[in-house]
Ligand binder design. Structure first.
Ligand code: COA
Length: 337
């Protein structure tokens, strides 16, 4: 048995900054409402025609993570890509990364469909492959291109002001010291609430594609994300607290052992609720939703990379990652850095 450690981290966000005031020029919203409810001040959106996609952003984040891990591209044994906004309906972006990194090996590429908790699911899967000795280095990416698919009218304002574009990546590497690295991961789902935060189209289960094309309906909102905001909020605070507690208990650790909590950047109010519940001081939690909005599968690796770059995570620290989102799905990871 081995452990896996995070040996390299990277992130990429598009240069184009979209402020709350920018949004208020196209939809009926305002800076005060957005900041008060979500904490978000600005987010990044790709510029049409610039060429950034979920995959290209993921590759940029991956290159930084690989360089920091000190390995060559061809040392990667497996790729796991988490996103809800793939370039193509199929194939998923994992294979595009295998191509765009120029890997000469035909390594496996797995796509994870777990939305905001996608990165937690992805590193949990990577951890299992490394623990058993099957793989030594796994590239895990969370990347999201929301801006091209949001309803930028007042009709979609409760969703469209929240989400932003970006990518984060981590290289997970075999660790022989079993006191270090990922100590445990914990994953959950509650499918009865699948439709409370969802994007219906172009799902094949409900409508025939031929009918969608024949209808050609400009008011078809099934292509835009739907969110029951208050219901999601209530479940998020409950499940995030639970799954952090579960991770600590599994390792006989207490909240006071946490050196850094990286919560999914869903809403600053959700993160603050968790911080308050656990009575964590400000220097033991890292939030950056103010700058990037909610980047779903990319939010945890972007925040983790940023915290690490800022020197907020040091060798020996206990780092806890936690996420909740559409599905509902949620999870945590407890890591001795
Ligand atoms: N700007 C201005 N007003 C807005 C608005 C916006 N962007 N979005 C909604 N409103 C309005 C609504 O129309 C409503 O007006 P009304 O009272 O006249 O009907 C009012 O604000 C309250 O709407 P509501 O949806 O009840 O707001 P809320 O307090 O629930 O806040 C969220 C909305 C989305 C910020 C909040 O529910 C939330 O953060 N939920 C969790 C979201 C999340 O974390 N999602 C990702 C999970 S991974």
């Amino acid at each position: 048995m081995y452990h896996s450690k995070i040996s390299g981290l990277g992130y990429y966000v598009p240069e184009n900054v979209v402020t709350n005031d920018d949004l208020s020029k196209v939809i009926d919203t305002n800076d005060a409402w957005i900041q008060e409810r979500t904490g978000i001040q600005e987010r990044r959106h790709v510029i049409k025609g610039d060429g950034d996609t979920t995959t290209t952003m993921g590759v940029k984040a991956a290159k930084a993570a690989i360089a920091r891990a000190g390995i060559a591209n061809d040392d990667i044994d497996f790729i796991i890509f988490a996103t809800l906004s793939p370039d193509y309906y199929f194939p998923g972006p994992g294979v595009l990364v295998q191509r765009d990194l120029g890997l000469t090996r035909t390594v496996g590429a797995l796509d994870v469909r777990n939305q905001c908790s996608g990165f937690l699911y992805a590193i949990s899967v990577a951890d299992q492959f490394i623990k058993t000795g099957m793989y030594k280095n796994i590239l895990v990416i969370g990347s999201e291109l929301h801006s091209t698919g949001l309803d930028m009218t007042t009709r979609g304002r409760n969703v469209s002001v929240i989400f932003g574009d970006g990518a984060g990546a981590a290289v997970l590497t075999r660790e022989e010291d079993l006191t270090k690295g990922i100590l445990s991961t914990h994953l959950h789902s509650e499918g009865q609430f699948a439709e409370e935060l969802s994007l219906a189209a172009p799902g094949m289960g409900r409508r025939w594609v031929t009918d969608i094309i024949a209808d050609n309906d400009p008011d078809d909102i099934s292509y835009y994300p739907y969110m029951n905001g208050q219901f999601v909020f209530k479940n998020a605070v409950q499940r995030l607290a639970e799954v952090v507690g579960e991770g600590l208990a599994a390792n006989n650790l207490a909240v006071s052992d946490i050196d850094m909590l990286i919560p999914h950047q869903a809403n600053l109010r959700i993160a603050q609720f968790i911080q308050h519940k656990f009575q964590l001081p400000d220097d033991k939690i890292h939030n950056n939703i103010m700058k990037y909005g909610n980047t779903t599968a990319a939010s945890v690796p972007i925040a983790l990379t940023e915290a690490w770059e800022l020197g907020k995570i040091k060798a020996g620290d206990l780092v806890v990652l936690a996420a909740f989102g559409s599905g509902f799905t949620w999870g945590s990871a407890v890591i001795r850095w």
